[in-house]
Design a protein around this ligand. Structure first.
Ligand code: FAD
Length: 286
């Protein structure tokens, strides 16, 4: 099923998972998927390496497993380090597995991997995918501006190019301050970006995640968020519960404001996804 059709009559609720490291057992992610499917998401997306260490065949296997379990899968597809030939082969593989939904991405530019330069932007990939079959295509968007863009306005103009190329819906980068998402949404709609936009929510539930947020994530950290993290960073159970509660609060506020969908970055943590789903099941009609 094409995911774009799901937005017609409900607030879409989706999960994101990533393939485990090669050293980990595949059974771990399969057990996680079994738990996630019971939470009745509208779809589950699987990340895909932009090139390098990760095993992309595994991403296809995980997406197939999601489909077999009765949930709609979406596979991420970054293009910057792939040739047209390689993307065509991947699309053939995706199609042969009956996967119809793709999140088309540029991918981060890695200083150690020279870009192949056959696709410069996600919009180039979207145009290419549209020539290759009847896929539902999503794109990424950035409420607090993509780091390569000079201003949010410029980024939104580029987002418009992505939508005009054929993105059927969008998924946002994570954010912790809903007001930044509302401001982005208002500007995107005013600029003519009219496809459904899912809000990306990342529950921060352990110390390692906090450190990553502070050093690498461009998302602004509201005072309330920082206070919670500082207070509970040395108490794992308290931090986990506070991180879940913070994400739930964000989702309640976004849903009350009529958001098109919630995309939960699960970090392969089925416990956290379950706690959040249970807390918002009445609100999202799960
Ligand atoms: P683009 O849309 O190409 O945008 C990149 C930059 O170029 C922006 O600054 C934009 O303003 C500008 N731009 C865009 N189009 C044009 C144009 N036509 N002309 C001029 N400038 C333009 N990465 C992975 O490697 N694997 C994943 O699985 C993955 N999953 C992700 C999931 C989500 C929901 C999100 C939000 C990101 C994900 N990423 C993933 C990260 C993503 O690849 C990076 O953020 C990357 O730097 C940008 O990708 P993009 O598709 O948004 O690029």
């Amino acid at each position: 099923m094409h995911i774009k059709d799901k937005f017609k009559d409900k607030t879409v609720f989706s999960f994101e998972v990533f393939p485990p490291k090669k050293s980990s057992s595949i059974d771990v992610i399969y057990n996680t998927l079994d738990e996630l499917r019971n939470l009745k998401p509208d779809f589950i997306s699987v990340t895909f390496s932009a090139g390098g260490s990760c095993n992309n065949a595994l991403a296809c296997d995980i997406a197939s497993r999601i489909k077999e379990s009765g949930v709609t899968p979406m596979i991420h597809l970054p293009c910057i380090n792939y040739t047209k030939q390689e993307i065509t082969e991947t699309l053939t593989e995706i199609k042969s597995r009956g996967i119809e939904n793709i999140l088309a991405l540029r991918g981060d530019i890695n200083p150690d991997i020279p870009p192949k330069k056959e696709f410069l932007h996600a919009s180039d990939l979207i145009t290419f995918i549209k020539q290759q079959g009847d896929f539902d295509i999503a794109g990424a968007c950035y409420p607090e501006c993509h780091p390569d863009a000079h201003t949010l306005e410029e980024d939104i103009q580029n987002l418009k190019i992505k939508v005009e190329a054929g993105a059927d819906h969008l998924i946002s980068q994570l954010f912790f301050d809903n007001s930044s998402f509302y401001e982005f949404l208002w500007k995107a709609r005013a600029a003519g970006v009219n496809v459904p936009i899912e809000a990306g929510i990342m529950p921060v539930v352990n110390k390692k995640q906090i450190e990553r947020m502070v050093t690498t994530c461009g998302a602004s950290l509201p005072k309330k968020f920082v206070k919670i993290m500082q207070r509970f960073e040395h108490n794992p159970d308290a931090l986990r519960d506070a991180g879940i509660a913070y994400a739930v609060n964000q989702i309640v506020d976004l849903t009350a404001s009529g958001v098109d969908g919630i995309h939960l970055y699960t970090m392969n943590n089925a416990y956290v996804a379950r706690k959040i789903s249970e807390a918002v099941s009445g609100i999202l009609g799960l």
